[in-house]
Write a protein of this length. Structure first.
Length: 147
């Protein structure tokens, strides 16, 4: 598995699925890049990653050790399925992933942060409503795109 260099390119979108799980491919990219010292401004085990880790019942440090062994996405998914505290059904995973894709800022501080960042990053975009939207825009703009 090629290690992503997150100083040159963003990780995969949180919308990309692996085993039906949203967030997981992005988290794996950040973990691999962190191990290689190429994570840039991205953080493994951030609050977004913790959404997945908590749902699956996986310890971040143990997952990172598996990544350090050079396992690919398919091998990591197998490890997660075997070691997860919670044995989720495919329909549970699908509902959770869809919920994550639609999550919006809910408390006042989060809404304020989201609004300020949206205004700074993509003021002319009226289609930025969810956290995933914001992450996708942030990744795009951070690597030279114009929102």
């Amino acid at each position: 598995m090629k290690t992503p260099d997150l100083t040159q390119n963003p990780p995969r979108s949180p919308r990309v699925l692996l085993g039906g799980y949203a967030i997981l491919p992005r988290m794996l990219d950040k973990g691999r890049a962190t191990i290689a010292g190429k994570h840039g401004e991205y953080h493994f085990n951030c609050p977004l990653d913790q959404q997945f880790l908590n749902f699956a019942g996986i310890d971040a440090a143990k997952l990172k050790k598996q990544l350090a062994l050079g396992k690919g996405d398919g091998e990591m998914l197998e490890w997660i399925q075997k070691n997860s505290k919670f044995k989720r059904l495919p329909q549970e995973i699908a509902v959770w992933s869809e919920f994550q894709a639609q999550r919006v800022p809910t408390d006042l501080d989060s809404r304020k942060f989201f609004q300020e960042y949206h205004t700074k990053t993509a003021p002319d975009r009226n289609d930025v409503a969810t956290w995933f939207d914001m992450l996708d825009i942030d990744d795009f703009v951070s690597f030279g795109g114009k929102a």
